[in-house]
Design a protein around this ligand. Structure first.
Ligand code: MOS
Length: 750
């Protein structure tokens, strides 16, 4: 017998995207790529005031325009119900009000009408001639955020939340008595998600069943919300999302254009497609809200933290309960006996904010890590050493151990790779080739957990496998990860694994949010594969003439794609395709389900990922030119299933972080409340020219077995945590200017 050699495990291999060929050949079907006979196009009409009431809406001219089927408004759109929050990830919406529910305008760009026509151009032309007059009210887009008067427990998009987020010891006296103090306020501006793919809905009805094509990060939640809004049982709604051109959180929860397309399609009895403009993307599908965060640190003269206060405010709209949870990481990041984290919110006439990549922790860590750097500089202690001095043994907020925390090792490895020991701390003291260098540092952390997840796996008589789950690939690599997982568990080579995602007719998968899809899918896919194998073994024992006919499935094993008698070892294994063919069975299916760990009461372990960034900027004071020149990032995110896709996630986050630190800011026009830089020319993001070629990323790769069997956590968001603080720190080192209000515009440096 030839020696059996197990093929190498696909886990941990740099695996190119299995869906890459579809994307580069233009065959990947994004939400707006689906066309249907009789399809009509819808274009919303946007309010041009930020607060008030519609006085009169004149649609007469628009209705007579060529190709126009209808101009919808409050009077003729038909009933759209409110949805309400359910248990778990059900019924989540940031802007709860259904479109057209009343005549009140609460933010600029709120939809007031909808033009539907044969072509997009006709619909746009008609939308442009709808005339509204308003009774205007005072509006507020003020950027100075004082907390509104709210009760101690407030409604949020998810559940009622205590404004006193975390507290231990006596932070007030500890701060008062501390020999060394930092007391600073940090501001992050409104940032707008700018995925290249615009948000869009294509809706069609067949009797009382509804099908939606939408680029959603959470198709099951969208299905549930639409079922409520249109008074349907869930099973009458199907949502399809095959590919997503990025979301960054803006596509997590349903927005008002979606029920508008659904309602228009219902009224007209035809499929309706509605694609937002880039301007609408700034108005009505969420943004990261402005935050104002006061951080107070008290420390001993040798750098031990004795108190930490984190008091923050985020803006919210008038129609939502959005909380930007800036205190997410504060209670456990460092060891400190006296701590308080407390938030408030300030209502403004803006569209609802929503989660944006690393919601809460990203602006939060900008503030707390900046304060730690200021403390280090004040104490003349190395900022990396300050973190090591305050490394906690357990999660001090919950009083439980971390499942797997290697933060100090991140710092040590990063410092070594960056050459941090050569840093001279004095401002402007480092130079190279006529440029002033600034070296900065900050730590990172992001929650790790699992959502509940289901998957199905089939093993088929041609030796192929199919895995299906109603989760989404938002560009992060979920298709590829699922192929790797099935290949690992079944021995089917990657190119023979078919992956099907993005359809509510599939087993219920998790939202593509919180960097949790991979961690959530591992146990579900493995269970599904194991159940398919169990069916296969039963088939093997029941097939007349099979070499396993006289056996029971207990005698049998499965490995590397073959069935074998356990006692005989894998050498005499039979490929599963042969077992199935002999039985005249096309496929054996298996279903797998895994429970959530996210949000469970009384967890035994505190589960988070960790990391850090070391940044070099160059500064040319003569021409006021600041560039990020070099980044070293170390990430402790458990087992990395695909280091290629993983590196890509962290690189993307660092590029976004350069934008956050230097460029991104949505401005609301004080004259009318409109987001005024609402296009890709005026809203600055980091592009190739802003990004250094030297982005050096290292993964520690310690499996976290509390999360799942493989020990994989998530990597979608952590790369953006802390990076802005590292860049402002480097900027201070180069220029002597502490920028406590992002972005670091040139005016702030000269
Ligand atoms: Mo992310 S903000 O959880 O899409």
């Amino acid at each position: 017998m030839p020696q059996q050699t197990a093929s190498p495990s696909p886990i941990g291999q740099k695996t190119p995207r299995v869906d890459g060929p579809l994307k580069v050949s233009g065959q990947a079907m994004y939400a707006t790529d689906f066309h249907f006979p009789g399809l009509l196009y819808a274009v919303p009409v946007e309010a041009t005031i930020a607060s008030g009431k519609i006085d009169n809406l004149d649609t007469a001219a628009a209705e007579k325009m060529p190709g126009v089927h209808a101009i919808f408004h409050r009077g003729n759109i038909g009933k759209i119900f409110r949805s309400t929050l359910g248990a778990g990830f059900d019924g989540i919406v940031d802007e709860r009000r259904p479109p057209f529910e009343d005549d009140v305008i609460r933010y600029y760009g709120q939809y007031i009408a909808l033009a539907v026509a044969d072509t997009f151009e006709q619909a746009k032309a008609a939308a442009d001639v709808v005339r509204a007059t308003y009774i205007k009210d005072k509006y507020n887009v003020d950027v100075d955020l004082k907390p509104d008067d709210e009760p101690d427990v407030v409604e949020t998009s998810f559940q009622p939340t205590k404004r006193l987020e975390s507290e231990r010891g006596d932070p007030d006296s500890a701060f008062a008595d501390a020999p060394v103090k930092v007391d600073q306020t940090y501001v992050t501006p409104t940032e707008t998600h700018n995925p290249i793919e615009l948000q869009a809905t294509t809706a069609m009805w067949d009797g009382d069943t509804l099908t939606i094509y939408e680029e959603s990060q959470g198709i099951f939640n969208l299905r549930g919300v639409l079922a409520q809004m249109f008074g349907l049982p869930k099973e009458n709604v199907r949502v399809v999302t095959k590919f997503v051109g990025s979301g960054f959180g803006s596509k997590l929860w349903p927005w008002t254009h979606c029920p508008l397309a659904v309602a228009a399609s219902r009224q007209l009895g035809k499929p309706v497609k509605l694609v937002l403009s880039r301007r609408m993307m700034f108005q009505s599908v969420g943004h990261r809200p402005r935050t104002q965060q006061r951080v107070r640190l008290g420390a001993t003269t040798d750098g031990k933290l004795v108190s930490l206060h984190h008091d923050y405010v985020n803006h919210q709209g008038l129609l939502d309960g959005y909380l930007e949870d800036c205190g997410e990481a504060t209670p456990f990041h460092y060891s400190v006996s006296n701590l308080r984290v407390h938030f408030g919110r300030a209502r403004r006439n803006v569209g609802s904010p929503t989660a944006m990549r690393g919601p809460g922790a990203v602006p939060g860590l900008y503030a707390t890590e900046s304060a730690m750097n200021e403390l280090a500089d004040q104490l003349k202690i190395d900022p990396v050493k300050l973190r090591v001095l305050n490394e906690p043994k357990i999660d001090e907020s919950l009083g439980i151990p971390f499942s797997s925390r290697h933060y100090v090792e991140c710092l040590e490895l990063g410092a070594e790779k960056f050459g941090w020991a050569k840093r001279t701390p004095e401002v402007g003291s480092m130079k190279r080739e006529g440029l002033i260098l600034g070296w900065g540092f900050a730590g990172a952390t992001w929650v790790a957990a699992r959502f509940s997840a289901e998957a199905s796996v089939q093993l088929r008589d041609d030796g192929s496998a199919r895995v299906a789950s109603g989760t989404q690939d938002i560009g992060t690599g979920t298709y590829t990860i699922l192929a790797q997982l099935v290949s690992e568990r079944t021995g089917v080579p990657l190119d023979k694994v078919e992956v099907i995602l993005g359809d509510t007719s599939l087993p219920e998968g998790p939202i593509s949010g919180g960097s949790m899809v991979t961690a959530s899918m591992v146990p579900a896919v493995f269970a599904a594969a194991d159940n398919a194998v169990a069916s296969l073994l039963t088939v093997a024992t029941k097939t007349p003439g099979s070499p396993f006919e006289k056996r029971t499935s207990k005698d049998l094993s499965f490995g590397n794609g073959k069935v074998f008698v356990t006692a005989d070892g894998p050498g005499k294994g039979v490929p599963f395709a042969e077992v199935l063919k002999r039985a005249n069975i096309r496929l054996v299916p298996g279903h797998g389900k895994a429970e959530a760990t996210f949000g469970i009461p009384k967890p035994k372990f505190s589960t988070h990922s960790f990391g850090c960034h070391f940044v070099e900027v160059t500064w040319q004071p003569e021409i006021a030119r600041l560039r990020v020149n070099r980044v070293v990032t170390v990430i402790d995110a458990g087992r990395i299933i695909n280091p290629l896709a993983g590196r890509n996630q962290i690189e993307g986050a660092i590029v976004m972080g350069i934008g956050m630190a230097l460029l991104e800011e949505t401005h609301y026009d004080p004259q009318n409340g409109a987001p005024m830089n609402s296009n890709l020319a005026d809203y600055m993001m980091a592009v190739n020219a802003d990004v250094p070629s030297a982005i050096d990323i290292h993964f520690l790769d310690y499996p976290d077995k509390e999360i799942n069997e493989l020990g994989a956590r998530g990597i979608g968001e952590i790369g953006l945590a802390g990076i802005a603080a590292a860049i402002t720190h480097a900027t201070y080192h180069a220029t002597g200017v502490r920028v406590r209000e992002l972005p670091i515009t040139i005016e702030k440096l000269i």
